[in-house]
Design a protein around this ligand. Structure first.
Ligand SMILES: NC(=O)c1ccc[n+]([C@@H]2O[C@H](COP(=O)([O-])OP(=O)(O)OC[C@H]3O[C@@H](n4cnc5c(N)ncnc54)[C@H](O)[C@@H]3O)[C@@H](O)[C@H]2O)c1
Length: 501
């Protein structure tokens, strides 16, 4: 007989809304659990004020809509939905929590997010004639609350939810399961996981082409087009345009001959000049949140890559009173870092040996730091990445060169190097601003998300300025004339708040 879970497992989600909204959400969840194939029956138990869930293999779960014992420590109108797994096997527990975590947002929570993204949420006012009604959209954008506002906006611009597909990048964001549940249960949108990327693309093309439509790709990291061109080249003609939001996506399509226009929000002035600071700040804030008892002031830090994000990270760390060194493989960037007052060197190894950083922040976008350099770090130092997925550090090398590797839960992975220090790779080397977090604040990211939608409208409308391949100048022009940056300035510029009395 398989081992039973012991002690009981508990998962709690804080939901914000009216009492009725919370009850409705919990009721819906109980109903969904009730019809899941892993569940034999769901019974309301008056004595414990909870649903008791009898699983087919004899396990038992429980669902309770509770209130926080200390309301002063939570946001107003918080309800706490507690899913407990009291008895059964680990496999049953996994199935139970997979269902119990799948909880859409309340109308109150959605309304709050919409209010925080005024540019994105009001795009349909600019284009009331539903310019996206004739296309399908395939999206690979981070599973965060802000993304739901973008999705709402795309639907308001005319996209049929049946012709929308979302690829979940499978990062551990703060609300990843709830975002997923909202897409599926509130909008009926098909969600595929990153690991099933090709299947997801094929399913999308089949569904949308059957309706006689073409599709726009809205990507964040160059996931879709390289896969299409390499593995499904005969299907490339289905797509009319690509909107890309990040430089790593641009790098991935660089060697490819793009048969369609690329609307490069990634390389736009708007993104480089306004957003990079926010990403750097979010990365440093989340690093400090994960390490509340460290003292970094006065300590040495090293930033790898002095590009748009690395430059801002170096400045943010300096403001946090760290002694910051910078390494960049490009001599011009290295000179720029030196002339801005950062400690620099032509050899990464020498720089690490001399500076002995306690915090290393990787902002290169590809592998930049391995076992050889890690051996030179001081005891108890931290590696942090802002790069997509876990590409920045040579984690396989670190593993091979360690006597022990320890999973430290939310903190990340610790490596005791065989002939070096014990170090910790925060967030397991994934981009730290998304690690159980939501990166930029909604009001900040609003501009970039609105920019993506502007791009989708432009490529769907076959704007004649957009030619197959890169279109940086045309992207800048279209973004500028859309008026979203003007609106952002009106909202947050010097005149913001004028006339409020
Ligand atoms: N976490 C986020 O929210 C987020 C958002 C956007 C982009 N990104 C990631 O950040 C990466 C960097 O973005 P960016 O806009 O700053 O890119 P960028 O091209 O402006 O900067 C990269 C820098 O790294 C340098 N470099 C290249 N190879 C190097 C090496 N081996 N060693 C040292 N330096 C090297 C380059 O010369 C350049 O200065 C992207 O590739 C992407 O993966 C993360």
């Amino acid at each position: 007989m398989p081992a039973s879970v012991n002690p009981p497992l508990v998962h709690a989600v804080d939901v914000i809304g009216t009492r009725d909204e919370a009850r409705h959400l919990a009721g819906e969840l109980a109903e969904r659990l009730g019809i899941s194939p892993d569940v034999e029956r769901m019974v309301w138990d008056e004595a414990s004020v909870s649903w008791v869930c009898a699983l087919v293999d004899g396990g038992r779960g429980r669902l309770t809509l509770a209130a926080p014992a200390d309301p002063a420590a939570t946001a107003a109108d918080t309800h706490r939905l507690v899913a407990a797994f009291e008895r059964g096997t680990p496999a049953e527990a996994e199935a139970f929590f997979a269902a119990a975590r799948h909880l859409p947002f309340t109308a109150t929570e959605v309304a709050a997010a919409v209010a925080e993204l005024p540019l994105t949420s009001r795009l349909a006012d600019r284009w009331p004639d539903k310019p996206l009604a004739g296309v399908g959209v395939l999206l690979t954008i981070h599973h965060m609350r802000d993304f739901l506002v973008l999705v709402d906006s795309l639907l308001a611009l005319g996209v049929d939810p049946a012709h929308m597909t979302v690829i979940d990048k499978e990062y551990p964001y703060a609300h990843t399961h709830r975002v997923d549940a909202h897409l599926v249960h509130r909008h009926g949108i098909r969600v595929w996981r990153y690991r099933d990327l090709r299947e997801g693309i094929e399913d999308h093309i089949g569904r949308v082409a059957a309706a006689g439509k073409h599709s726009v790709i809205m990507d964040d990291g160059g996931y879709v087009m390289p896969t299409v061109l390499r593995e499904l080249p005969e299907q490339a003609g289905h797509f009319t345009g690509l909107v890309e939001q990040t430089t790593s996506g641009i790098r991935k399509v660089e060697g490819l001959e793009l048969p369609l226009p690329l609307f490069s929000v990634a390389e736009s002035d708007m993104k480089g000049m306004i957003e990079s600071y926010g990403i750097a700040d979010a990365a440093v804030r989340n690093t400090l949140r994960l390490l509340p008892d460290e003292k970094f002031e006065g300590q040495p830090a090293l930033v790898l890559g002095f590009g748009r994000i690395g430059h801002e990270v170096a400045r943010v760390l300096e403001i946090r009173r760290m002694r910051v060194a910078v390494f960049d493989a490009d001599i011009t960037r290295l000179v720029a870092a030196h002339e801005e007052g950062f400690l620099t060197g032509r050899s990464l190894e020498d720089l690490v040996r001399a500076h002995r950083p306690r915090l290393v922040v990787g902002c290169v976008g590809s592998r930049s730091f391995g076992l050889r350099e890690a051996r030179l770090l001081p005891e108890r130092s931290f590696l942090v990445s802002t790069t997509s997925r876990n590409f920045e550090f040579a984690l396989d090398e670190l593993r091979e060169g360690s006597t022990t590797v320890t999973d430290r839960g939310v903190l990340g992975t610790s490596y005791q190097l065989a002939d070096g220090p014990g170090i910790c790779v925060l967030g397991h080397g994934m981009p730290i601003n998304f690690h159980f977090a939501e990166s930029l604040s909604n009001r900040y990211v609003d501009l970039v998300l609105a920019g993506l939608a502007v791009g989708a409208v432009a490529v769907a409308g076959r704007d004649e300025r957009l030619r197959p391949g890169h279109n940086v100048a045309a992207t800048n022009a279209i973004l500028a004339e859309s008026g979203i940056v003007d609106d952002y300035y009106r909202l947050y510029g010097p005149a913001a708040g004028a006339g409020r009395g």
